[in-house]
Ligand binder design. Sequence first.
Ligand code: B4P
Length: 301
Amino acid sequence: MLSELWDKAAKVTQAAYESKALLSYQASVETVTEAGLTFYIRTLENLGEKQSPTFTKTDQNSLEASVKRNPFLEHDSELFVTNIGPNHKCLLNKYNVLDQHLLLVTQQFELQISVLHQQDFNALHECLSAAPALAFYNGGKTAGASQQHKHIQLIKAPDSINQLVGLNPQLEMLNDEVPRELETLPFKHAALALPAGLFDPNKSEDEAKDAAIQLKHLYDRLRMTLGLDCFTDSEHSEQLPAYNLLLTQKWMLVVPRSSESYAGISLNALAFSGSILVKNKDQAEEVKKAGISKILQSVSL
Ligand code: B4P
């Protein structure tokens, strides 16, 4: 099953394109270099033609309303790729901008603002062992999440991962499992290198289980470094302050968030990989004028 994940995703994608269950957005890409850092600005081209709930965000604050219109609990069957372990399923991202973009969703409703549990890391480890990919998590509305049902996202890496993750060269400089703030990255974060071989697809079942435990342990270590502790409020039993998690087979990065957007431009986890999505050319110019480093810094403190 492991090796088949992305092949299966490609087949489901083809069928979903044909049936129009998948509504991809076209975006032009511009590469911007700032102080030796590579960023990609993606400008949407066909936004005017489509009316997706993704770009017409409504009030997400009501949990009851969110559960009612939850697109992941009773998912569109044409977007279903496969189940992952006993607790998760993989769906195509219905409104993808980048190719080969999957959502790893919990079978039962769980809040996106709750901490990631061991079973989430078991499923994530399985997916990341299938092929190199960028995995990311928008922990809460302030971190860019619009859906409240727990979902980790995965984008398959192209042959050169730097084409997807502009900041990969800086993150690949990490060389141990000690949480660090890299001087080269312009935003608040903690990051570490993942142990070599952690995602070896030839691991036995027990070895894979141990690797997933190690992965969660390293996530907890990064969280603790940044003081991202679980707390409870009157409505929910357990939640975390807003943060983004990003990881490849080589490194893991956690960014604490102070705000969701800069001048009306939403920034999710992908922004901290070096990719900024804007709705039109005016926004692209605004981003370049302000400076991407400054923008990322302003939403991460
Ligand atoms: P969330 O964690 O809730 O939020 P998000 O990724 O930031 O996407 P959001 O929905 O807020 O839209 P945004 O304008 O930021 O993820 C929810 C995911 O579920 C989204 O990927 C959404 O497309 C998907 N979804 C919604 N309804 C669905 C359904 N019925 N079935 C299956 N999937 C469903 O971003 C819009 C699009 O641009 C998203 O695809 C996002 O991944 C992509 N994007 C955002 N920033 C990007 C960047 N910097 N570079 C490239 N692509 C980017």
